[in-house]
Design a protein around this ligand. Structure first.
Ligand SMILES: *[C@@H]1O[C@H](CO)[C@@H](O)[C@H](O)[C@H]1NC(C)=O
Ligand SMILES: *[C@@H]1O[C@H](CO)[C@@H](O)[C@H](O)[C@H]1NC(C)=O
Ligand SMILES: *[C@@H]1O[C@H](CO)[C@@H](O)[C@H](O)[C@H]1NC(C)=O
Ligand SMILES: *[C@@H]1O[C@H](CO)[C@@H](O)[C@H](O)[C@H]1NC(C)=O
Length: 599
């Protein structure tokens, strides 16, 4: 716990500098987290969770002598938000109100008050609030139940204590309050390898920068025990929005050194530029570690390690996708951003593997235009888990999960079926935020047994795309529906997905004649429609501008893609395991989470 203690005192130290000491006390006994909520870093939120008591305590430090607002919102704005407003009146008395909003209008008091003000104070320029509530207050109309998925917090500051419109003093941020604590991990106990991008940040608002890296040759097998972000300085912290480390995997018959080696000295390029100088398409589907602002270290369980290089001699080439955030279009800023991979040559008794569950990136992954809640599912069927998982008494023991979609994804869920019963969901994000991806350690391992069926269920909002379809693809404006599960003991099993059959997809759309380009350099195929003549042309263009998406057809289209027979893709590191067709389970007893509020 030493590392954490140091972290906590650093936090108190910085609070001292700002003129006030936040006292450590019983309310903050479990964990302390701190995040600035505004871009300037002036509105600071700290929180502490006491799981046993089911309680969360917040502290806010905000640069105003007026009211301070804090809330949790399903939409990211006022509508439906659960809000707490507190402060200190000019006569010195304090206030804290449990409120909610039903519209973009001033919040209203809850009929039942569940947020409790613990203290409020002011100095010359700031207000300090401390307040708490139960994670689940059971006030269904007023309060948002806090769980271990990502939530959008909203904040505001008033210029006076009269709760009036806050003008531009407001904002939104994604956070996850309930990520478990780090174990006793001491970075000093391990060697490390760094994957670092060190280029001048492009002078544009948003950049996805891709670069290929080779880890220095290790003279013997090592176990990776943790990943973390490496941010060189304040500039790097301010402008690194998030990054993803991918493994680069050469296709069968090609040598990784030939394919990726020449690009190790390349400074990198914009990830989705065409033509693309780097062989990014061989990497962008093999996730290893994702870090986003506020993200934590990923630590393997104590007796578990991830082998580098692995048995195929792989895990030597990596791609780093770095999202630079440069809203002020600053020029000439150069800093290092990277991932640190902690490893050891004291091999741990158990090796970890990474299993991907997905809807494959085939053209049947087409989200119709202007959809608010389009649901797509990818199936990892029982035939594939039967083939992929060896005879293990406990099956695959999964200890960490990452759900992954792109900018249109708004909800994600990984469902788990055994026999005719649905088991508790593996992972769920009801407010998925591409900009706040976080791999989540499970509090207890979850087991996948031979014959289990898993379904990744993704909900998309395509309204942003101005009447165009959104297709499955590698770019952030295209989509993915994926779950990455870290498990042990390592098997060769690595990929279990499905896709709605292409023949059925085209038949559903009434397309009778089409052709596709041969994919080059790992890119996806491009499709041309020839018949019917009314739809002739480039696939995406035709479906966006010529196709008639009636409400009745949209329902049928969604149901077919979700429930009809899919082709399964079932793979181990040594090749295809060849499972046949797969389908969303039928006639099962659905899992319904306990509602402790109804007991
Ligand atoms: C980082 O951002 C903060 C808050 O906007 C700002 O005060 C600081 O000057 C920035 N630091 C650098 C090195 O750009
Ligand atoms: C302080 O001011 C507030 C707001 O005007 C008022 O509601 C409260 O009663 C006052 N408290 C005291 C102790 O005067
Ligand atoms: C989230 O909480 C549920 C219920 O307590 C638990 O079963 C699940 O493992 C947790 N998931 C993660 C990723 O922490
Ligand atoms: C499909 O369209 C192409 C291009 O117009 C044409 O060459 C081909 O003969 C058509 N195939 C069939 C089966 O009609």
């Amino acid at each position: 716990m030493l590392g954490k203690t140091v972290l906590i005192s650093a936090l108190f130290l910085s609070s001292c500098v700002s003129g006030r000491v936040i006292q450590k006390n019983d309310e903050f006994s479990v964990k302390v987290n701190q995040e600035p909520l505004d871009p300037q870093g002036n509105y600071l939120l700290s929180w502490d969770v006491n799981l046993a008591a089911g309680k969360i305590t917040f502290e806010v430090e905000a640069p105003t002598l007026g009211y301070v607002g804090f809330g949790i919102s399903p939409s990211g704005n006022m509508i439906g938000a659960d809000i707490f407003i507190g402060g200190v009146y000019s006569n010195g008395s304090t206030y804290g109100f449990d409120m909610h909003a039903t519209a973009m209008a001033p919040p209203i008091l809850d009929t039942q008050s569940d947020w409790t003000l613990i203290s409020a104070s002011e100095d010359a320029s700031k207000t300090y609030l401390k307040f708490s509530r139960l994670l689940n207050t059971c006030d269904k109309d007023g309060d948002y139940p806090i769980s271990n998925d990502t939530v959008q917090v909203i904040w505001s500051m008033g210029s006076s204590d009269t709760i009036a419109y806050h003008q531009s003093n407001r904002g939104t941020k994604s956070l996850n309050f309930l990520l478990p604590d780090e174990d006793n991990f001491n970075p000093g106990d391990y060697a490390h390898l760094d994957i670092v991008t060190d280029v001048e940040m492009p002078q544009q608002d948003t950049t996805y920068w891709c670069s290929i890296h080779k880890i220095q040759a290790l003279n013997r097998k090592q176990h990776v025990v943790a990943f973390e972000a490496l941010l060189d300085n304040e500039l790097a912290m301010n402008h690194t929005h998030h990054f993803i480390i991918f493994k680069c995997v050469a296709p069968a018959g090609q040598d990784a050194d030939d394919l990726f080696g020449p690009f190790v000295s390349h400074p990198g390029s914009q990830c989705y530029a065409t033509p693309q100088p780097l062989p990014v398409n061989y990497c962008l589907q093999h996730y290893l570690f994702v870090w986003a602002k506020g993200g934590k270290r990923m630590i393997f369980p104590e007796d578990v390690g991830y082998p580098v290089p692995d048995e195929l001699g792989e895990n030597q080439y990596f791609l780093m996708e770095l999202h630079y955030d440069n809203p002020q279009m600053l020029e000439g800023r150069k800093f290092k951003t990277g991932a640190r991979i902690y490893h050891t040559n004291q091999l741990r008794p158990v090796e970890a593997g990474l299993l991907t569950i997905a809807h494959d990136l085939q053209i049947s992954f087409t989200i119709p235009p202007n959809q608010e809640d389009f649901v797509l599912t990818g199936q990892c069927g029982s035939q594939c888990t039967n083939l992929g998982i060896n005879n293990l008494p406990n099956g695959l023991q999964v200890f960490n999960s990452l759900l992954h979609g792109h900018l249109s994804a708004k909800k994600m869920k990984l469902r788990h079926f055994r026999g005719d019963k649905e088991l508790p969901w593996f992972d769920v994000e009801n407010h998925y935020d591409f900009n706040f991806q976080q791999s989540k350690p499970f509090p207890e391992v979850k087991r996948i047994l031979k014959g289990d069926h898993l379904t990744v269920e993704c909900t998309y909002d395509s309204r942003w795309n101005e009447g165009k379809v959104v297709v499955g693809g590698l770019s952030t404006r295209e989509e993915m529906c994926m779950a990455f599960l870290w498990y042990y003991p390592k098997q060769t099993f690595e990929y279990c997905s499905s896709y709605y059959r292409l023949a059925d997809h085209f038949a559903t759309l009434g397309i009778t004649n089409y052709t596709s380009s041969k994919p080059v350099n790992g890119a996806l195929r491009e499709y041309q429609i020839h018949r019917p003549a009314a739809l002739a042309g480039e696939y995406k263009e035709s479906l966006s501008t010529k196709f008639s998406w009636t409400p009745a057809f949209l329902n049928e289209y969604q149901d077919k893609h979700k429930y009809d027979v899919h082709t399964s893709v079932c793979r181990s590191t040594s090749g295809n395991l060849g499972a046949g067709p797969v389908q969303f389970p039928e006639n099962f007893v659905e899992y319904v989470p306990d509602d402790k509020c109804n007991q």
